[in-house]
Design a protein around this ligand. Structure first.
Ligand code: AMP
Ligand code: MG
Length: 477
């Protein structure tokens, strides 16, 4: 067996990040965790992003490479250093404690994509961690990245899922895994904070130059920041509109490209609850659904502090003021679309707000309330529990309002299937308890087409069955 693996791609392997120099990362190979890596799933859709021929999935050396056992030809793997604010407190140096950049690939379109492993072993930034990822949380990230992409929400992507055969100790012993994910950059707000708090203006500048050259050509530093504000606001609008919450919105998990990044204790709401906290470890509810846009602003302010080394603070704060405008405009347009409100009419905002208030009062299912709206009958009204009478009245007003609207496209706007916790848990149990990878594949494909009807998979559109209620997800995933 050759000691490097040549990826069958059309484009070129590049070493763009490494050009930043040694202050930004440490070169190291994967730790070769576990025994013989076993490919559990691979994703042709993500492979297409890097023009990777999916025939490679059957090559055992692909599994080895995607577990960090075999380096990719032309790239010296590396762990990146960054810092961050965790739960509002400066945490100092963090970094890729269990992530490893194993390649950067330029596709035919000219886009540069990182291939990053999660769970491939310890790095100099592992601190007290073991550098491992468990199968449970890897399946969750794998499925959710692709669910989000299908929902047209900016996100990192999932290329492959490999079982390591190793037992990893968390609250209890669990099987280990490595996920390979793709993103056009894994640079986080915390990368900039790292060099700011080290007093290193030149490194902040070099990092900004690096990110701008690849992703924001033509923008100066101030406009670059304004664009990060805009993208982050747009991301928050998408999360809110689809009922998604990221459990750990620390600055080290905030993508400089405005992507959903680092899936840990995330959650899609079942019944609508603005106070919903998806992370069991978040006792104060800092990252509750309702708080997320405000937290994004807090994080953007932390980024502004770091960038104040190269842009006047006043300019940055003015750009940050744009957040509410960007967020408000996108959220409003997404919610209008969900209700089929084409033309602007007075009272539209109130109509949207009242529905949300009734959903919260009656604990109506977030996803299905919108999905079933165009066909709303008794079952829809029953979702509102004690707020049923008010929901009846609201429905009449909505019908009158949309009488002249074109509603035939609503099912392309309101998904039927999202990655509910219990659905993720079903996939996890199938793989973990029964080795049933086919069940994982079925759920994966379902989430890739969330707006379609899937008569044989209907059960997965529903709120959790009694036995699957109250599943908890915590930071230790
Ligand atoms: P998170 O909030 O999960 O994205 O992680 C915060 C920090 O902890 C990052 O620097 C991670 O690389 C690191 N980390 C999380 N889990 C582990 C682990 N099992 N081993 C090493 N580092 C970890
Ligand atoms: Mg993280």
């Amino acid at each position: 067996m050759s000691d490097v693996f040549r990826l069958p791609i059309a484009g070129a392997v590049e070493n763009d990040f490494a050009r930043l120099g040694g202050a930004f990362f440490t070169h190291l190979p994967g730790e070769k965790v576990g025994g013989q890596p076993q490919l559990l799933h691979a994703n042709p859709g993500a492979a297409a992003l890097i023009d990777l021929d999916p025939a490679v999935f059957s090559d055992p050396r692909f599994a080895a490479a995607m577990a960090g056992h075999l380096p990719l030809e032309g790239f010296e793997s590396l762990a990146q250093v960054y810092s961050g604010h965790q739960f509002g407190v400066w945490a100092g140096q963090l970094g890729d404690g269990r992530a490893l950049l194993i390649g950067q690939v330029r596709n035919r379109k000219g886009e540069l994509w990182d291939i990053q492993l999660k769970g491939a072993g310890k790095t100099p930034y592992s601190r007290f961690g073991d550098g491992r990822a468990v199968l449970r949380s890897s399946i969750r990230e794998y499925l959710c990245s692709e669910a989000m992409a299908a929902l047209r929400i900016p996100t990192s992507r999932a290329l492959s899922l490999v079982a390591t055969g190793e037992t990893v100790l968390r609250e209890k012993p669990e099987p280990g895994a490595v996920i390979a994910r793709l993103a056009q950059s894994h640079v986080r707000f915390g990368h900039f904070e790292h060099f700011h708090y080290a007093g290193n203006t030149e490194a902040v500048r070099a990092l900004a130059d690096h990110v701008i050259a690849e992703h924001f050509p033509d923008l100066d530093y101030a406009d670059f920041y304004a664009e990060v504000v805009r993208r982050t606001a747009v991301l928050m609008a998408h999360w809110q509109a689809v009922g998604f919450a990221h459990g750990v919105m620390n600055t080290d998990n905030m993508s400089i490209l405005g992507l959903t990044l680092d899936y840990g204790p995330f959650g899609f709401m079942d019944s609508y609850d603005p106070e919903f906290i998806c992370n069991h470890s978040d006792e104060q509810g800092r990252y509750s659904v309702i708080n997320q846009p405000g937290i994004a602003q807090w994080n953007l302010r932390a980024l502004a502090v770091a960038l104040s080394r190269i842009v006047p603070a006043q300019t940055l704060l003015e750009a940050l003021d744009g957040f509410e405008r960007h967020f408000g405009a996108r959220y409003r347009s997404l919610m209008r679309a969900k209700l089929g409100l084409g033309r602007e009419e007075e009272g539209d905002d109130r109509l949207i707000g009242e529905l949300l208030a009734l959903m919260a009062k009656g604990r109506a299912d977030y996803t299905l309330t919108f999905r079933e709206l165009p066909r709303a009958k008794e079952g829809w009204l029953n979702r509102f529990g004690g707020a049923r009478a008010e929901a009846t009245h609201w429905l009449e007003r909505w019908r009158a309002r949309v009488a002249d609207e074109e509603l035939s496209g609503l099912d392309r706007v309101n998904p039927k299937y999202v990655l509910r916790n219990w659905v993720a848990e079903t996939a996890i149990r199938a793989v973990q308890d029964r080795g049933d990878v086919a069940a994982l594949d079925r759920i994966f494909k379902l989430l890739q087409a969330p707006y379609d009807e899937h008569p044989k998979m209907e059960e997965f559109a529903a709120p959790p069955p009694a036995a699957m209620c109250g599943l908890e997800v915590s930071c230790s995933s």
